[in-house]
Design a protein around this ligand. Structure first.
Ligand SMILES: NC(=O)c1ccc[n+]([C@@H]2O[C@H](COP(=O)([O-])OP(=O)(O)OC[C@H]3O[C@@H](n4cnc5c(N)ncnc54)[C@H](O)[C@@H]3O)[C@@H](O)[C@H]2O)c1
Length: 413
């Protein structure tokens, strides 16, 4: 039984706790977080996930577990990873794997440090997993499997469109571009560009097989800079009048297959102004003569709640992540951790760690996604498509901090 330790006990940690209920060979042994650790540990014990204990520091947790997960805000990633590495190097913690939620970092300088820190403990058998759940979605995996022979006889997918959209994040730190790294492009574009690139990747090739050729990005503030929304944010401690970020992003990236020279295109659309039933993940893949579509809001299950009954609703998100309404005809997804790929990403990481290997997606892969995210922002700032085969552009990206991330979003939005 691999012993899992979670750092962070908020929104995503609870999703992962639920996902672990359908993963074999693991126990949720410990939790450390500034808030919510006791509650998460109690829910884990009640769900039969083990004798989950609460620890008082990263160091203490690392002494008691085999796998340590960073389910913490983006702005504390590096300091927490440093503590994990110190616990391994200086205090002999026997960690087999380190998991980091998306995005790996807020910019390339941080991403390089994350990868560099993980490299320090590779020689003592510590593997990494970058958690990008959408690549592991059963719908994505099954569509690819079903189309494998078609792809091999007629050619790989050459166009993908992917979107992740909802009505806006749950915690104030996500809205702070300095803390989070930007707006919706940094927060959710990292999912959409990753899954878009993955759907273009020929079967059997690694997830970073395709070479980025160019990128064209547009960032816009459509809803949350206007009244009454901007005042609503102010009441939550977020000042979008002075420190705005994009709530809509449209990015097109072109790739080249280094084996065949074939070009392909991924289009990513992300928004925090999707005033619709709740979170929607949308994927479309087009190959020569075939295609597939995935829409996470299409469910075989639905519920209806009248105005009278709505008075007693406790939590609309029990039916659907980021649910925006509590009455009328509502979408319900009965197993979101499975639908969104959380359970499958755990199975992949656990199997890899047991064999002393990195997961399908590791920290180096996560850094490539950060590069594409930064390139999207730079393209928007420069007002033109970027040539990602140009060494000078790639060099500029290494030290680039988007104006939006610097808190100067009003100059470019
Ligand atoms: N895969 C997905 O779809 C998905 C969904 C949501 C969030 N995420 C990612 O997961 C990460 C966490 O997001 P969240 O929504 O759970 O955030 P959250 O704000 O809901 O929870 C953060 C948790 O981290 C704890 N924390 C904060 N600073 C800490 C520190 N220095 N040491 C220990 N604990 C600390 C908080 O107390 C809290 O328990 C983010 O990077 C986010 O991008 C991914």
């Amino acid at each position: 039984m691999l012993q899992i330790g979670m750092i962070g006990a908020g929104f995503v940690a609870e999703f992962h706790r639920k996902a672990l209920e359908s993963v074999r060979g693991v126990e949720l042994a410990g939790v450390y977080a500034l808030d919510g650790a006791e509650e998460l540990a109690q829910r884990a014990r009640e769900a039969g996930l083990g004798d989950t204990k609460v620890y008082r520091s990263v160091e203490e947790l690392c002494q008691k577990v085999d796998v340590v997960c960073m389910f913490i805000p983006n702005f504390v990633r590096l300091e927490v990873l440093r503590k994990i590495i110190r616990a391994i190097e200086e205090r002999g913690a026997k960690i087999k794997g380190i998991i980091c939620e998306k995005p790996l970092a807020r910019n390339m300088a941080e991403a390089n440090r994350m990868v560099g820190l993980a490299e320090l403990v590779k020689s003592v058998g510590v593997s990494t997993a970058y958690f990008e759940n959408q690549i592991h979605m059963p719908a994505v995996q099954n569509a690819r499997l079903q189309l494998q022979s078609v792809e091999q006889s007629i050619g790989a997918v050459h166009l993908t469109r992917s979107a992740e959209e909802h009505g806006g994040p749950h915690e104030a730190w996500f809205w702070d571009p300095k803390k989070q790294g930007g707006g919706v492009w940094c927060d959710m574009g990292c999912h959409s560009i990753a899954v878009g690139m993955y759907m273009l990747t020929p079967t059997g090739k690694p997830p970073d097989h395709l070479e980025p050729v160019s990128i064209n990005g547009t960032m816009t503030l459509l809803k949350w800079g206007k009244e009454p929304w901007v005042s609503q944010l102010r009441n939550r401690g977020v000042d979008y009048a002075t420190t705005p970020a994009e709530d809509y992003a449209l990015v097109t990236a072109e790739f080249k297959d280094p084996d065949t020279g074939v070009r392909s295109v991924a289009q990513a659309t992300n928004s925090w102004m999707y005033d619709a039933p709740g979170l929607r993940l949308l994927m479309e893949a087009f190959g020569p003569g075939y295609s597939y579509t995935i829409n996470s809001l299409e469910s075989p299950a639905g519920i209806f709640i009248s105005d009278i009954a709505a008075e007693s609703i406790v939590d609309g998100e029990l039916a659907l992540e980021k649910a925006q309404a509590t009455r009328g005809a509502l979408t319900m997804q009965p197993n979101e951790p499975d639908l969104y790929g959380y359970a499958a990403e755990w199975r992949d990481a656990i199997a890899a760690f047991e064999q002393g290997k990195d997961a399908l997606l590791n920290f180096r892969y996560g850094r490539e996604i950060v590069r594409l995210i930064m390139a999207g922002y730079m393209s928007h700032e420069k007002g033109k498509a970027l040539d990602l085969t140009d060494a000078s552009v790639l060099e500029e990206l290494e030290t680039y901090i988007p104006l939006i991330q610097q808190g100067k979003g009003s100059e470019v939005l």
